[in-house]
Design a protein around this ligand. Structure first.
Ligand SMILES: *Cc1c(COP(=O)(O)O)cnc(C)c1O
Length: 377
């Protein structure tokens, strides 16, 4: 059983998607036309913000939102120590320095209790990531940001449709960055991203940054990029957006089934924090025998994934960041112990049973000494 088959979403909506692609092809308008504008309007309404600006990828969305907030060389930006490395890279691309803060071990999200200790006179912004689809503790984080005059950019790339105290992820900070990479909860047929915000100035800057600095065509107000959401991807996203909530409900049902069946099996299950409604982008469990478990599951026909195998600070790209092995122990432990079970709106019920049986069988299987799965904590 594959970890995720992105073709299943296409199969469910293929007639509408094919029609949308044909409509764009026949229109002769392929860049920044009606489809992008219509998707931006619908997604802003869905998230609950005044603006949505479509861009070429999640990384571009993060980078442009930071630049629009005025982040640049000499600045520091607080990021989670455990996240997809793109969160860090967006900061680095602006010329600023990512300053990692360790996660809370229950939610896996940035620990608000550790943020103030990382703030210096150079700190400009905090980038909480709603990791695996569960919103970070935005109430506390925005409170800290207000007290210190910092901006908050949500990395919402895994949180399409998630809610925090009833409000959608992506409407909780000064701006939010989205990815519509095919494997995300709302995925395009290629690369795509967006920024959502209520802030007119940020929205205006992001619009310039994605398109050569043009407000008026061919007249550049700033040195910018070519990172536009294209018409075909926007048309596909328009077809899929109305299905997002139903698809997230299906994900939540899979998550509930896993949580019930795997309780007490010797793995640490994901914890849902009070007031949070996760989008269940990833169902990550923890085991001290992670690598043995991934191998066992694979031999049982279940493909598990690891989000993520390498902590950002230990990647060659950040070899000169000054954070060596042991410097961010919570993140390093999580990176060694997490594995993700198959989850998605099109995962058959029978597949859930197969996954559960395989995880339970591993719990009962004899293993080398010292490779016991993590139970407590
Ligand atoms: C996917 C993802 C990104 C990057 O999105 P791309 O569209 O692949 O550039 C950034 N942050 C997080 C947390 C992600 O999951």
């Amino acid at each position: 059983m594959p970890f995720l088959d992105v073709r299943a979403a296409y199969a469910e909506l293929s007639e509408q998607i094919d029609a949308a692609v044909r409509r764009v092809a026949a229109s002769g308008r392929y860049i920044l036309g009606e489809e992008v504008e219509a998707f931006e309007g619908s997604f802003a309404e869905y998230v609950g913000t005044r603006h949505c600006i479509g861009v070429g990828s999640g990384l571009a969305a993060l980078q442009f939102a930071l630049l629009a907030m005025g982040v640049g060389k000499g600045d520091e930006v607080i990021v989670p120590s455990n996240t997809f490395v793109g969160t860090w890279m967006a900061v680095t691309h602006t010329g600023a320095t990512p300053v990692p803060v360790e996660p809370d071990e229950g939610s896996y999200n940035i620990d608000p209790g550790r943020v103030e200790g990382a703030i210096t006179p150079r700190t400009k912004a905090i980038v909480p990531v709603h990791l695996y689809g569960q919103p970070a503790d935005m109430s506390r984080l925005t409170g800290i940001a207000r007290r210190h005059g910092l901006q908050v950019l949500e990395d919402a790339a895994q949180a399409h449709g998630a809610r925090h105290r009833g409000r959608r992820a992506g409407s909780l900070g000064d701006a939010a960055a989205w990815s519509f990479y095919p494997g995300k909860n709302l995925g395009a047929l290629g690369d795509a991203g967006a920024v959502t915000t209520d802030d007119d100035a940020i929205a205006d800057q992001v619009r310039l940054l994605r398109n050569y600095g043009w407000r008026e065509r061919l007249l550049s107000e700033c040195v910018a990029f070519n990172q536009r959401l294209d018409e075909v991807q926007a048309a596909v996203l328009r077809v899929k957006l109305p299905y997002l909530d139903e698809w997230n409900r299906r994900r939540a049902r899979v998550a509930a089934a896993y949580r019930e069946a795997l309780d007490g099996v010797g793995v640490i299950l994901p914890q849902v924090e009070p007031g949070m409604e996760p989008a269940w982008h990833v169902f990550a469990i923890r085991s001290r025998a992670r690598d043995a478990m991934v191998g066992f599951l694979r031999r049982s026909g279940v493909e598990a994934a690891i989000h993520y195998p390498f902590a950002p600070h230990l990647q060659p790209a950040y070899a000169r960041s000054g954070y060596g092995v042991g410097s961010l122990p919570v993140s390093e432990r999580l990176h060694a112990e997490v594995l993700s079970l198959p989850i998605g709106p099109h995962l058959p019920e029978a597949a859930v049973r197969i996954v559960v049986d395989a995880v339970q069988a591993f719990d009962g299987a004899p293993r080398r000494a010292g490779a016991a799965p993590g139970g407590a904590g």
